[in-house]
Design a protein around this ligand. Structure first.
Ligand code: IPM
Ligand code: MG
Length: 356
């Protein structure tokens, strides 16, 4: 029986995880699983003084898949870097070898009017950000804050090894083969050596994929093209930090950050989480949008358990609820029905139950 590790985390994490559970349990008859819940992030700090406690790490190593809510909150902001909630998320990604983060961006027809872009700009927008997740300036050494020549300085290291670039590039090209066969590789090769190297290695990997069209884009230009012509993208291959930034921008095209799921793969087991943060300002009030989390469950069923059929059912249920006008606050507009986190989860669950 597959074991799923649930890491609700902080802020709105626990409430959206409840909705994930609700959806998953509907498949119990044909997809039997057990689940374990453990703390991560701020919850780990509060319970064990560690954002990635060993009890969580041990469960992660034996789980078949992991669902994660969100980490972070103002109560831990003053903690030293190594003890911040975010460190828990970075540690689990690194320790499980989850070097590839897939963030699919799609436009839900019912939400097209809610996007900051005009609806005609959103036609045919469907792409995936393939973000490198365990390298770059996020993990590079040396890093720190120290005194140099009598002045305090802060520093980090942007670094990529050839192997790290090759393996993520392969994932992007393989993915492109299954869609529109276009990869945009994002860098800042005009300024940074690391990124010049990135471009060189991506071009080299591309030699094995002559059927895929490769474009190299600078990250600043990409930020602009995402707004000017988002339909041009199919697979967007990015280093860790640029992917973090661009995927938030991409998410808003779909109406709200709350809509986007993600899968982190590359290790023995994969981790699924919505791309949004812990939103401490609205936590515990039933205001959070559970859709990014619910769609992360769909990604898990498809990628970790080969149940594309279940993923489709969940996807359709979400689309139908939106089409009926159900909206959490972040995607609400005049004339729509405002619902709570749990009510949105119930509505999606109702449609999923009817379809299986
Ligand atoms: C994300 C988040 C994380 C990141 C934070 C919470 C560490 O912003 O998953 O996009 O920067 O990777
Ligand atoms: Mg981010």
């Amino acid at each position: 029986m597959p074991k799923i590790l649930m890491l609700a985390g902080d802020g709105i994490g626990p409430e959206i995880m409840e909705e994930a559970k609700k959806i998953l349990s509907l498949f119990k008859d044909t997809f039997d699983f057990s689940f374990v819940e453990k703390p991560i992030g701020g919850a780990g700090i509060d319970k064990h003084g560690d954002p990635f406690p060993s009890e969580t790490a041990n469960e992660a190593l034996t789980a078949d898949a992991i669902l994660l809510g969100a980490v972070g909150g103002p109560q831990w902001d003053s903690f030293p870097m190594a003890q911040r909630p975010e460190k828990g998320l970075l540690a689990i990604r690194k320790e499980l070898g989850l070097f590839a983060n897939l963030r699919p961006v799609k436009i839900w027809p019912a939400l097209a009017g809610f996007s900051p872009l005009r609806p005609e700009k959103l036609e045919n927008v469907s792409f995936t950000v393939v973000r490198e997740l365990t390298g770059d300036v996020y993990f590079g050494q040396p890093r720190g804050i120290e005194i140099r020549g009598g002045t305090r300085v802060g520093f980090n290291t942007m670094i990529y090894s050839e192997d790290e670039i090759r393996r993520i590039a392969k994932i992007a090209f393989d993915m492109a083969r299954k869609s529109q066969k276009i990869v945009h590789s994002i860098d800042k090769a005009n300024v940074l050596e690391t990124m010049r190297f990135w471009r060189e290695i991506v071009s080299d990997v591309h030699k094995d994929y002559p059927d895929v069209h490769l474009e190299h884009f600078y990250v600043d230009n990409t930020a602009m093209q995402l707004i000017r012509q988002p339909s041009a993208f199919d697979v967007m291959l990015t280093p860790n930090m640029f992917g973090d930034i661009l995927s938030d921008e991409a998410a808003v095209l779909s109406g709200s950050l709350g809509m986007l799921p993600s899968a982190s793969i590359g290790g023995k087991q994969a981790l699924y989480e919505p791309i949004h943060g812990s939103a401490p300002d609205i936590a515990g009030q039933g205001l959070a949008n559970p859709i990014g989390m619910i769609l992360s469950v769909a990604m898990m069923l498809e990628i970790s358990f080969g149940r594309q059929d279940y993923a489709k059912i969940i996807d359709k249920a979400v689309g139908d609820c939106l089409a009926e006008g159900l909206r959490t606050g972040d995607i609400w507009s005049e004339g729509m029905q405002k619902v709570s986190t749990a009510a949105m989860g119930d509505a999606v669950a109702g449609k999923v139950a009817a379809a299986i």
